[in-house]
Design a protein around this ligand. Structure first.
Ligand code: AMP
Ligand code: MG
Length: 346
C-alpha cells in the first residue's frame, strides 16, 4: 500500500500542466494566445483564474469579483452571509437569493441521487471533529450519536426562495460551493467577451472553451494522493474536473488518521477504500457534488451511480493505489506514476 502524502495547503490537487503565451511578454493586445492570471484566497482555498485573448483582464476581474460575492453569500462563518442567516433563524424561514436557492436545490437533489452520501446538514458534526476550525479532536460515540440527531437533509424546507431549517440544525454548502462558483465565474468571463479560460479553485479545475487558443486540449493533472505532484493527466474540452481527496484535510491522533469527508451514515470519516475521487463533466456544481459523494460511496457505490447517471466520467484512486476510470476518458487519460489501471465499461 502506498503512503498518504502530507497535506500541502498551497499545492493544489489538480494543476494546469501546460500553457501558452505569457501575460508579461509584450505582444499585440489582439493576440488570442496572450494570457493573464488573477488569484485570490476565497472559500478557504487558493483560486487562480487564467484567461486568454483581448478581454482577459476585464474577464478575470469579473470572475474574481463574482467568486468574492458568492463567498459572502455562502460562508458559514460570515455573520452577514445568507447561509449564516439560515443557520441562525431559529426555525423561521429565511429569504435567500436565487443563486443560493438554486445551489440548495441541487444539494438536496443530490442527497437523494447519492443515497444520502452528500449531506449538507453535517455541519454540527464536522465542527465537533474540528474540521471547520483546525482544532481537531475525536468526539466520543455518544457525542456523535447526539449530534447526528440534529442532521437530516429531509428536514430542510426550500419553498421558492425561502429556506427553513429546524432551530437545532445548521447547514453548510462547503462540498458544492466551489464548483458552483466556478460555473458562475465562467459566466462572468463569458459576459466580458472571454471565450477561453481556465479556473483553478483549490485544485478543482473548470475550463471555458473546448481548446486553448492554439487549438490544443486542456491538459489537467490529477494530484497524486501518495506523493507530490500529479499521478495522471487528463486531456479535456470545456467543463469541470473536480476532485475530493482525504489528503486535503486530515489529522492524526494515536496513530489513526481522520479525514475531513464524513460518512453521513456514521458521522465519522468515510472509510470507503478510496483516497481520491474525481468527477469529470459539464457543470462544476454537479461535479463538486459528485466528487464528494463518490468518495463517500466507495468503488462499488460510485460505479453504481455512474451506471445510473450516464452524464459524468470519474477517476477513483483506491487505498491500494489502483486507478479506476470510466470508458469516456479512456483515450484522454494517462498515468504518470507506475500504478494499476482498470477501465469501467458500460
Ligand atoms: P469537497 O472538497 O467538495 O469534497 O468537500 C468536502 C467538505 O465538505 C469537507 O471539508 C466538509 O466541510 C464538507 N463535508 C464533509 N463530508 C461531507 C458530506 N458527506 N456531505 C457534504 N459535505 C461534506
Ligand atoms: Mg465537492
Amino acid at each position: 500500500m502506498r503512503k498518504l502524502s502530507p497535506v500541502l495547503p498551497v499545492l493544489v490537487c489538480l494543476t494546469m500542466l501546460s500553457s501558452c503565451g505569457d501575460s508579461k511578454a509584450a505582444s499585440p493586445a489582439s493576440d488570442p494566445n496572450e494570457k493573464s492570471s488573477g488569484s485570490l484566497f476565497a472559500m478557504d482555498t487558493y483560486i487562480t483564474v487564467t484567461a486568454y485573448g483581448e478581454n482577459r483582464d476585464a474577464g478575470i476581474k469579473a470572475a474574481t469579483d463574482e467568486i468574492s460575492r458568492l463567498e459572502k453569500l455562502w460562508s458559514v462563518t460570515d455573520t452577514a452571509s445568507e447561509i449564516y442567516a439560515v443557520d441562525h433563524a431559529d426555525g423561521s424561514g429565511t429569504a435567500v437569493s436565487p443563486e443560493t436557492a438554486d445551489l440548495l436545490s441541487l444539494a438536496i437533489d443530490m442527497h437523494g441521487k447519492t443515497s444520502g452520501a452528500l449531506d449538507i446538514s453535517l455541519y454540527p458534526v464536522l465542527c465537533a471533529w474540528g474540521f471547520t476550525t483546525g482544532e481537531y479532536r475525536v468526539p466520543d460515540d455518544s457525542e456523535i450519536d447526539e449530534l447526528m440527531t440534529h442532521t437530516g437533509v429531509d428536514r430542510i424546507a426550500l419553498d421558492g426562495s425561502t429556506v427553513t431549517i429546524p432551530a437545532d440544525m445548521e447547514i453548510d454548502l462547503g462540498a458544492v460551493a466551489k464548483g458552483c462558483s466556478g460555473d458562475m465565474a465562467v459566466e462572468a468571463l463569458k459576459a466580458q467577451g472571454v471565450s477561453c479560460a481556465l479556473l483553478d479553485l483549490g485544485g478543482n479545475i473548470q475550463t471555458l472553451g473546448e481548446t486553448k487558443p492554439d487549438g490544443t486540449k486542456w491538459k489537467i493533472g490529477i494530484r497524486d494522493p501518495f506523493g507530490d505532484g500529479s499521478a495522471a493527466t487528463l486531456e479535456t474540452g470545456e467543463g469541470a474536473v473536480i476532485t475530493s481527496g482525504g489528503y486535503e484535510r486530515y489529522f492524526e491522533q494515536d496513530g489513526v488518521i481522520y479525514k475531513h469527508i464524513l460518512d453521513p451514515k456514521t458521522g465519522r470519516p468515510a472509510e470507503s477504500g478510496l483516497v481520491s475521487a474525481t468527477a469529470i463533466g459539464k457543470e462544476g456544481r454537479y461535479c463538486d457534488a459528485l466528487s464528494t459523494s463518490l468518495y463517500v460511496l466507495g468503488e462499488e457505490g460510485a460505479e453504481k451511480l455512474w451506471r445510473e447517471s450516464g452524464d459524468f466520467d470519474m477517476v477513483l484512486i483506491s487505498e491500494s493505489g489502483e486507478f479506476i476510470i470510466t470508458e469516456g476518458i479512456e483515450d484522454s487519460f494517462e498515468l504518470t506514476v507506475p500504478a494499476e489501471l482498470r477501465v469501467l465499461h458500460r
